[in-house]
Design a protein around this ligand. Structure first.
Ligand code: HEC
Ligand code: HEC
Length: 465
């Protein structure tokens, strides 16, 4: 970890920015300036998309223009960049909570909370309280002695106030659903009551001051919250897209939460040595298995120098966009559906306005690549079956785990997620498989955060109106 006093960093950032931008005078170069007219135009378009994609019709008739923008933006964050519904929606209703998440195998469990406007079982907090909960992980309602787990507040905490307040404004419009969420069990987990917000960025390799907390989707904030050093060689236009993409990826979309394994160090910082190298295993919840045709998936290596998806020669924004918007491996013939839970994430991300999706691409593309032993190719998902006939010719169905096995292999990479290549044949993992268990992390909090979305036991189809 490199630790430098804030002012020294600021000086470094400023001088790097000056050096990188000295060859051009385009206005996009001034990343630290508050978003100008371009920023306002993007804000209006995000809000418009937000209103259109909300699973319930937002009644804007009584709203001022400013309120409408705020609510629309909140919906854009909840339903496009951050996928609140992926965890908080359930058969009870949109954002009505109740979905259990097993924190570990010893009975610790939490339930996604009811975020609707129901006065007794819904989100009961002021705007200031929501900011505090998102910034610190404080649990105001169930166990006040232990911070929230599974809930990705360690990422969301880097959002600016304007965006958290937009989320709040949107949540205040969500139809009330009475759903009393069970109290979770975090007994014995060594968790603090909350984690104070440091006021500067300290989640990655560098500590950096945060810019003034004014504008929505602030690229300057994006530059401050990138876990790895900003590549100095970026041209100004690329750099401003990189900055916006970093804001979306590192405060909202949480790519690293699934694509870094394990995603946190024992000190609860982002595990930058494995940043975006993939390998997190996701169990597909049993009710979802027949629907998606998968039992288990593994996140893809995005940033390995040799094996990273974004370093493949055929990489392009067009390919990335096709994968996200179709929810398939659009570059394969025939295109296989994406693995769980990237399917849900892709459906959300496909709502992003083009500038935002391209910025996310630019960020991941230009984030430093990682080389070395952790840069490995990852296995593709294990396919669900009920009988041999549901598998490919030459395979059979391992009934204990409902997955296709038995194809010939030269190494594990020829087999599906967590399967082994035993005597030249792909074999289902045994119950004690280290792959299934993941690696043991020292920090309970890190364990609690890992593989969360893999535990989702219910999904609501995302409805458009
Ligand atoms: C990965 C799953 C997941 C995602 C994504 C997620 N949450 Fe949560 N959230 C949870 C869980 C689980 C809890 C309860 C945690 C606990 O009990 O420790 C929770 C708790 C909360 C709470 C505390 C509520 C209370 O009553 O005190 C708020 C507020 C909240 N989430 C808001 C959000 C918002 C807003 C988003 C989207 C920006 C979001 N969550 C996205 C899983 C998630
Ligand atoms: C909830 C967990 C989760 C989140 C969040 C997530 N991913 Fe994924 N992603 C996965 C998994 C699992 C796969 C593997 C899917 C498969 O096998 O088809 C995947 C696959 C991908 C692929 C396909 C790669 C290929 O080889 O075709 C891309 C690209 C990708 N993710 C990019 C991203 C980006 C960029 C973000 C953040 C904006 C992100 N992901 C966020 C879990 C996630």
């Amino acid at each position: 970890m490199t630790k430098v006093a804030g002012s020294a960093i600021m000086a470094a950032v400023v001088s790097i920015a000056a050096a990188a931008c000295s060859t051009t005078t385009t206005p996009e170069c001034a990343i630290s300036e508050p978003a100008g007219s371009r920023g306002h135009g993007l804000r209006a378009r995000r809000a418009e998309v937000g209103i259109a994609i909300s699973p319930f019709a937002i009644d804007t008739s009584h709203m001022s223009r400013d309120e409408e923008l705020r609510v629309g933006l909140g919906s854009y964050i909840a339903n496009a960049t951050s996928d609140c519904g992926g965890c908080h929606s359930s058969p009870a209703g949109f954002l009505a909570g109740g979905t259990p998440f097993n924190v570990d195998a010893s009975g610790h469990v939490v339930y996604a909370r009811n975020l609707t406007t129901d006065p007794t079982t819904g989100l009961r907090m002021t705007q200031a309280e929501l900011r505090a909960v998102i910034r610190t992980g404080k649990d105001l309602h169930q166990d006040r002695t232990k911070q929230l787990v599974v809930m990705p507040w360690p990422i969301f905490r880097w959002m600016g106030d304007a965006d958290i307040d937009a989320l709040y404004a949107y949540l205040r419009t969500v139809p009330a659903v009475a759903n009393d969420v069970p109290v979770g069990n975090k007994d014995g987990l060594a968790l603090p009551a909350s984690t104070p917000f440091p006021g500067y960025y300290n989640d990655g390799d560098l500590e950096r001051p945060l810019p003034p907390n004014r504008s929505s989707f602030d690229p300057a904030r994006g530059l401050a919250i990138a876990p790895l050093a900003t590549p100095p060689e970026l041209h100004c236009d690329t750099r401003s897209d990189y900055a916006l993409g970093s804001y979306i990826a590192n405060s909202m979309a949480d790519c690293e939460g699934c694509h870094t394994h394990p995603d946190r160090t024992p000190a609860f910082k982002i595990n930058t040595s494995a940043y975006l190298l993939g390998g997190t295993v996701f169990d597909v919840p049993p009710p979802v298995q027949p629907v998606v045709g998968q039992v288990r998936s593994m996140s893809v290596n995005l940033k390995g120098e040799v094996h990273g998806f974004f370093n493949e020669p055929e990489d392009s924004f067009a390919r990335f966009k096709a994968i996200i918007t179709t929810g398939t491996h659009a570059d394969e013939l025939p295109p296989r559906p994406l693995g769980w839970p990237m399917t849900i994430i892709a459906a959300n991300l496909s709502n992003l306005i083009d500038e935002d999706l391209e910025s996310v691409y630019t960020y991941v593309k230009h984030a430093p690549s990682i080389s070395g032993a952790l840069d490995q190719e990852r296995q593709s998902y294990a396919r669900y079956c009920v009988a041999d006939a549901s598998c490919n010719a030459g395979e059979s169905c391992a009934l204990a785990t409902s997955e296709c096995v038995g194809s010939a292999c030269g190494s594990e990479l020829d087999c599906d997620a967590c399967q082994t290549c035993t005597n030249g044949v792909c074999t289902a993992p045994v119950a004690t498989s280290a792959c299934l268990a993941g690696t043991t992390a020292a920090a309970v909090a890190a364990i609690a955060r890992r593989s969360w979305r893999g535990q989702v036991t219910a999904v609501l189809p995302v409805q458009r109106h």
